[in-house]
Design a protein around this ligand. Structure first.
Ligand code: ADP
Ligand code: MG
Length: 240
């Protein structure tokens, strides 16, 4: 489903991705962990061409993401993204935020768009908040709306970049529960997270990144209980 080969990314002189290669299967749930500044967000953003690498290739389904000819709007309609900050449109209600792309980009009718948006709100436990504006919602609720909005295009892949890092601690659980409920429903998910309990529970595989490289990959048991590299051991000793 996703094949990354020899990806190199520089910001100026600084190399932030160093020859990164990996393969991710359909329906897999991957958590990406690693220290701050190790290139996790940049890696994620290269998968939907929000960042362009200087060399290497990314294939995602039928899309050659790194090919300049690729229709990025079409690509991105198949790849949902949920950010640390919820990025909802502040002048639109929860329902309107969710309806926007399906109706404006995918050409759904207003009736279909509304029906689907209400179903999605229900799925994230917020049916009663359809008409609330973002500033009337808690951070956890806003993030759940953002997840519903990402789901509205029925993406084959969803990328989450630290979806709970900007939340007050008491709201982390409700958002992680929603993400868990989405796993293994015919969708590939890649989640950058510092929530190690969640990563252990939800992932098929963990990618450990450090200094621009995927240093180690494995099942949660392999990574958390038997890390092979000193770098993973050192990181895990600080966060577990
Ligand atoms: P992580 O998500 O693991 O914390 P990032 O991918 O955000 O790491 O960043 C990797 C490195 O790239 C960091 O050193 C960061 O400062 C740098 N970086 C990220 N984005 C930019 C940018 N737009 N311009 C310059 N440097 C950047
Ligand atoms: Mg980041």
């Amino acid at each position: 489903m996703i094949r990354v080969k020899n990806l190199n990314k520089f910001f100026g002189e600084k190399q932030v991705l160093k020859d990164v290669s990996c393969e991710i299967q359909d329906n897999e749930v991957i958590c990406v962990i690693g220290p701050s500044g190790s290139g996790k967000s940049t890696f994620l953003r290269c998968l939907n061409a929000l960042e362009k690498a200087q060399s290497g290739t990314v294939e995602l389904n039928k899309y050659q993401v790194t090919d300049p000819q690729t229709d990025l709007n079409s690509l991105r309609s198949h790849v949902g993204m949920v950010f640390q900050r919820f990025n909802l449109f502040p002048h639109m209600t929860a329902l309107q935020n969710i309806r926007l792309a399906p109706e404006k980009v995918a050409g759904k009718s207003a009736a279909e768009g509304e029906k689907q948006a209400r179903e999605l709100l229900k799925r994230v436990g917020l049916e009663e908040k359809a008409d609330a504006y973002p500033n009337e919602l808690s951070g956890g609720q806003q993030q759940r709306v953002a997840i519903a909005r990402a789901l509205a295009m029925n993406p084959q892949v969803i990328l989450f970049d630290e979806p709970t890092s900007a939340l007050d601690p008491e709201m982390v659980g409700e958002v992680l529960d929603v993400i868990k409920s989405l796993a293994h429903h015919g969708r590939t998910m890649i989640v950058v997270t510092h929530e190690m309990g969640f990563a252990r529970q939800v992932s098929d595989r963990i990618f450990f990144m450090d200094e621009g490289q995927i240093v180690e990959t494995g099942t949660p048991a392999e990574i958390f209980d038997h890390p092979k590299t000193e770098r993973a051991r050192t990181f895990l000793s600080k966060v577990l």
